[in-house]
Design a protein around this ligand. Sequence first.
Ligand code: SF4
Length: 314
Amino acid sequence: MGRSGSMFPVSEKWKMVRDKEAERKYVVCNASEGEIDTFKDYFVLKNFPHEVVEGMNIALSTLGAEKGYIYLNKNYFREINEKLSPMVGEDIEVVEKRGGYVGGEETSVIEVIEGHSPEPRIKPPFPSCSGLWGFPTLVNNVETFCAVSRISKGSYQKKRFYSIAGSAPNKGVYELPESMTIEEVLRETGNLPDFDYFLQVGGGACGEVMLPEETGRVLQGLASIIMYDREETDPYLLMKRWVSFLLEGNCDKCTPCREGLFRIMEMIKKGNFEDVEDMFLVMEKTSLCPLGRVAVTPFRSLLEKIIPRNGDND
Ligand code: SF4
């Protein structure tokens, strides 16, 4: 399973690119990591850059691809590029991310590398069939390439990187077994707090809100855990933070996402969520790219799990 939010099986993606007959093929390491309170790719790139590059080189030779690109978050580019560029060799180029949050969506990444504006393409076709300049393109996450390198060397220990942020007592990035439940991760890292809390998992803008009683689950995809102190967190301010981030980071290309986010902001200001589920369904079913489709997740889960309980407690 890939280590980004999409949770697509890595081997299937590799097979699709490998088996596609094409004149040229490409490999992209998506290091755009831009969601609120997510930083594990930054940690991996800073601490294990050789392994990331090695994973990309394995992909290049396995898939018969001619060139690779590391698409790097703007802040990381300023800090890491000088160190990274000399180790990538001639076959890999480091490209600075453009645009807001949506600039990290895989087809936006392809648009930017091709020299266009960071706007998503309609899928299908998926990049594995038709990506950079219409050729099959493998797009994987930083941590995925690091894991590929370790698997090839026989040093992979079925571990993954968890980022823990927010009100957690011991924030940071931890490498722990991928089979651990969220509760085990929190306990192991000294992050089971003595205050009432809730979590957001999978990213600080589009991640799902989770109650302590749900932490028996194992994290798939992006292993980002953000902790909120229930007493100290105003859920309306939190929703405003999410929607402001998403309004700033989307591309305004399609109506459901553009108007839907605007309507959610209005509902938050009025404190009236009567028709919000209809809005969520329209966004989920008709948004052009994953941003608009998954943007409803934090709002829906917070409204279901936190606001009614806060109301009960009043
Ligand atoms: S869902 Fe639509 S408006 Fe939102 S980021 Fe994607 S393409 Fe742009």
